[in-house]
Design a protein around this ligand. Structure first.
Ligand code: ADP
Ligand code: GN1
Ligand code: MG
Length: 349
């Protein structure tokens, strides 16, 4: 089936003129759909990873409707406040054919998702994610399906990493002895946040779990937060994960997959900027959560580097890669950021 015919399965306003690849996500395939009246985002859902599309789309509907209702109850304009799911012609939340499952959202106009940001735009993304946490603080997490269990359980990620070394599917293990050692010597970090949740020091909340800068739309003119997007991984979690993943991506002065590590440094100025925005928009954050935010930054960066290395060892089956050492380059940027954070913060583990 042609991609344009898939777009025609949804209740779109106008006739479809063009469907073209869009964005820079690693997980789903994103398309921009243009009709003679308006634009949409259509995505082929990565069903190798998200095996329960029904559960996933029910989560997204529940969370987006909650945010929309809350925004309206505050008397604010809700037209761009969150993703809006466009149903199929037979009123389903997604379309499935032999080739896969697809969903469509309204295109959020007048805003953009940035790959890198100025301190002010980064602060605004902190406001967006802080507000997201605050808005959902009264959402009943028990209605959510756990899309990817143990997603940010770093102890589970560590076990998977050890398995990948043992299996050595790619035959690359000998090439990455130093990187493997880097991870093993930091095993002590893995339990910090999961233990804090287990022993009740910090609450389990509804979290986004993938809070990269390019998963938030900021207004083109004012730079103010418009909507948090990419809601596939909304699940119970810790705000330290959400804060940390934003820092991991946004405080890097280079690119996540930079081949030149000289470009990659950890910007404390960007960190401070994001922290200020996040905390100011999230009045219900607890003191202990605040104390653990820097650990969130450390753990999410360490964990992501370990995930890139695991995928490199597995033969590049998870993250989309476009070159031989893509995952290894990504792993190197994350580990450099970890080393820099270790120098800046006084971590106790
Ligand atoms: P992935 O899970 O693969 O990262 P995303 O859902 O983040 O996919 O989408 C990829 C990119 O597409 C985003 O970074 C953003 O630029 C764009 N995008 C996604 N949803 C919308 C939307 N509703 N309106 C406008 N742009 C969007
Ligand atoms: C993936 O979907 P995307 O590109 O926003 C990944 C995140 C990683 C990120 C690294 C579901 O995010 O966990 O931190 O790549 N998402 C999933 O760039 O695994
Ligand atoms: Mg994304």
């Amino acid at each position: 089936m042609e991609i344009i015919d898939i777009a025609k399965q949804f209740q779109l306003n106008g006739s479809v003129l063009l469907v073209e690849p869009y964005g820079e996500g690693h997980i789903n395939r994103t398309y921009l759909v243009t009709t003679d009246k308006q634009r949409y985002i259509m995505q082929k859902i990565n069903t190798a990873l998200f095996t329960n599309v029904e559960g996933l789309m029910n989560n997204i509907s529940a969370v987006t409707e909650f945010i929309k209702n809350k925004t309206e109850s505050e008397g604010k304009d809700s037209s761009r406040c969150t993703l809006i799911v466009i149903p199929t012609k037979d009123n389903k939340k997604y379309y499935t054919n032999d080739d896969g499952s697809y969903r469509t959202y309204e295109f959020i106009e007048g805003a953009q998702a940035y790959q890198s940001a100025t301190p002010e735009l980064f602060r605004q993304s902190g406001v967006a994610f802080g507000k997201f946490a605050n808005d959902l603080s009264e959402f009943d997490a028990s209605v959510l399906f756990e899309v990817l269990p143990s997603f940010h359980d770093t102890t589970v990620r560590y076990k998977n990493f050890l398995k990948a070394i043992e299996n050595n599917k790619s035959g690359r293990a000998d090439k990455v002895k130093a990187e493997i050692e880097f991870v093993k010597s930091r095993e002590k970090y893995c339990g910090i946040l999961v233990n804090a949740i287990k022993n009740g020091e910090i609450p389990l909340r509804v979290t986004h779990n993938d809070t990269k800068l390019n998963n938030v739309m900021l207004d083109n003119i004012t730079g103010e937060p418009v909507a948090v997007i990419d809601l596939d991984t909304v699940m119970p979690g810790s705000v330290c994960y959400d804060f940390g993943d934003s820092i991991r991506f946004g405080c890097n002065t280079g690119k996540e997959d930079d081949e030149n590590l000289d470009n990659v440094t950890f910007s404390k100025a960007l960190y401070d900027s994001y922290y200020e925005g996040y905390v100011s928009a999230f009045p219900s954050i607890t003191d202990r959560e605040k104390e653990l935010l820097p650990y969130g930054a450390l753990l999410m960066t360490f964990e992501c580097g370990m995930r890139f290395l695991t995928d490199y060892l597995d033969g590049d089956t998870y993250f989309r890669t476009t070159r031989e050492n893509h995952n290894l380059d990504r792993c190197h940027t994350q580990f450099k950021l970890v080393e820099e954070m270790e120098k800046i913060f006084d971590f106790k583990a």
